[in-house]
Design a protein around this ligand. Structure first.
Ligand SMILES: [Zn+2]
Ligand SMILES: [Zn+2]
Length: 525
């Protein structure tokens, strides 16, 4: 906002306005009304019962060793509830702009008459405001760049604010270069006696974790009944009429939150994109699996489901034990609890207090317990910034993912390698996604291609699915699936879980325009 402007400052999320001189008031309003876990927020959520907080510890007095010994407790975390009506997630303020960008990307559609892409501006935002440019502010976001929308000034300021508070709140990290990076709150490292414990602070292994690690519902005994019922009923399934390749009518099931057939489209779009030197993709049977309405943060389960969609669709190791539809979230919770019963990663039960019928976040330890218990071979690998800051976690991650795909790449004459490899579960601090490919760009950079369970498939992508003759590059559509170094760099650690059984060998990539036959796309003639 320019000095001397008579325009009122508006809250980006509601109708609250103040004079430009009162920008502190709007920050306070934002913290009180729209931010969870803020010290200014007045708690009155009856669902959110948890023990009274411990008295605040003086942060400045903590030395590194003290911090290591401090039991995990509920830390201040600046998170904001997403304003999208069907989202239901708590988003760290520092990720909020990016989160809204991806919501805009999921509404992307192609306007045939104008030949242009359109995206709904669904969060309440200000229109273009040329006076709001800051010297040194970050580059225009996806929204701003593609859709001529300026992100609200107050949000940017809150972003800076969040970064500052986070820096203040960091404990036990002497490495100043990465002091603002987020670390994994739950790691497989606690479970692995051979891991190097001094690289990333492991969570205390012998005590119950709190909201910092398990999310806003860390202390709930059970999720609300409406949500339990929604999950128990499973996603809505509709029958869609399609014309098959033989010209006959096919009735095909369409599952509310599942999208088959995306990977062959991404492979075509990578090939058409001149900034891409080489690209690799995993087995095309992998589905994108998103959320059902308002369910919130079940990303760990949704990514496990995406791995199961590969297992089922490619008839890989374990598929016989999981026939039919994708196993639901309540079933996955049951399988994890049963893995703990068998003695696999049981410390997860003490750390979470049990996950059955709750919304507590899960992580790599639970995913690993589930697959090991189901006798599906898997391996976990960890990436973290090294101590002197010379190697960053995201660089090692990108290199490992490229190697993973390159070892199975067989050239078909194009610069896009279509493999039969499984997708990979990727745990980032606070969120997990599924890696389905990798792009090496002509400028030397590399990026992941991912399915993010937080977002649904855009109408623009839905229109492309099934096509084999795409002619024009569509970077607007690829945007939702790319994760570039700039985005990954903010994290100081990652974990991946790979399925390690030999992938099935029969050809699947060139079987026509319909998705590969699989148990969950039952077709009837
Ligand atoms: Zn507001
Ligand atoms: Zn959201």
């Amino acid at each position: 906002m320019m000095t001397g402007s008579t325009e009122l400052l508006e809250c980006p999320l509601c109708d609250f306005t103040v004079l430009p001189t009162d920008d502190y008031i709007i920050q306070l309003h934002f913290e009180q009304v729209h931010t969870t876990d803020s010290p200014f927020r007045i708690e009155d959520d009856p669902e959110d019962e948890h023990p009274p907080p411990l008295p605040r510890r003086p942060r400045t007095a903590l030395s590194t060793t003290d911090a290591q010994l401090t039991p995990a407790s509920d830390e201040d975390q600046n998170t904001v509830e997403c304003p999208e009506p069907d989202c239901g997630e708590s988003i760290p303020l520092s990720d909020f702009n990016e989160h809204l960008d991806y919501h805009a990307a999921e509404s992307l559609s192609f306007d045939e008459t104008t030949g242009e892409y359109r995206s709904k501006n669904r969060a309440k935002m200000h229109g273009p405001k040329p006076s709001a440019h800051h010297a040194g502010s970050s580059k225009p976001s996806f929204l701003e760049h593609n859709l001529n929308i300026e992100l609200p000034d107050a949000l940017r300021r809150h972003n800076d604010h969040a970064r500052r508070s986070k820096k203040r709140g960091q404990r036990g990290r002497s490495d100043t270069m990465s002091s603002e990076k987020s670390t994994l709150s739950r790691s497989i490292q606690t479970f692995n006696p051979f891991a190097q414990p001094n690289r990333v602070k492991p969570p205390s292994s012998n005590c119950r974790l709190g909201r910092a690690e398990l999310g806003p519902y860390a202390w709930e005994d059970r999720m609300p009944k409406w949500l339990h019922d929604q999950l128990a009923a499973g996603p809505k399934i509709t029958l869609v009429n399609r014309i098959g390749r033989d010209g006959r009518l096919i009735k095909q099931e369409s599952v509310q939150n599942e999208t088959p057939g995306i990977i062959p489209i991404l492979a075509q779009l990578s090939a058409l994109d001149r900034t891409v030197k080489e690209a690799y993709y995993c087995h095309p049977s992998t589905l994108h699996i998103g959320k059902t309405p308002k369910e919130g943060g079940f990303c760990g389960y949704r990514n496990i489901q995406m791995l199961f969609s590969y297992i089922q669709g490619s008839r890989a190791q374990g598929h016989k034990d999981f026939p039919g539809r994708t196993p639901g979230i309540l079933k996955l919770q049951d399988l994890i609890e049963r893995a703990w019963d068998k003695g696999i990663n049981t410390i997860g039960r003490q750390q979470t207090g049990g996950i059955r019928d709750t919304r507590k976040y899960i992580g790599t330890p639970e995913a690993q317990a589930l697959f090991l218990s189901a006798e599906i071979d898997c391996a976990v690998q960890m990436f973290s910034d090294n101590r002197d800051g010379s190697i960053e976690a995201h660089d090692s991650l990108l290199a490992a993912i490229e190697r993973y795909f390159a070892q199975a790449a067989v050239s078909d004459g194009s610069n896009v390698y279509k493999t039969l490899l499984p997708p990979i579960y990727l745990q980032q601090p606070g969120h997990s996604i599924t890696i389905v490919g990798f792009e090496r760009r002509r400028d030397g950079t590399g990026n992941l291609m991912v399915f993010d369970p937080m977002y649904s498939t855009s109408p623009a992508m839905h229109k492309l699915i099934g096509r084999k003759d795409i002619k024009a590059p569509r970077p607007e559509v690829l945007y939702a699936y790319r994760r570039v170094a700039k985005q990954l760099r903010k994290h100081a650690a990652f974990e991946i879980l790979m399925l390690t059984a030999h992938p099935p060998l029969f050809p699947v990539w060139d079987v026509g325009s319909n998705p590969a036959p699989s148990d969950h796309n039952s077709t009837q003639h």
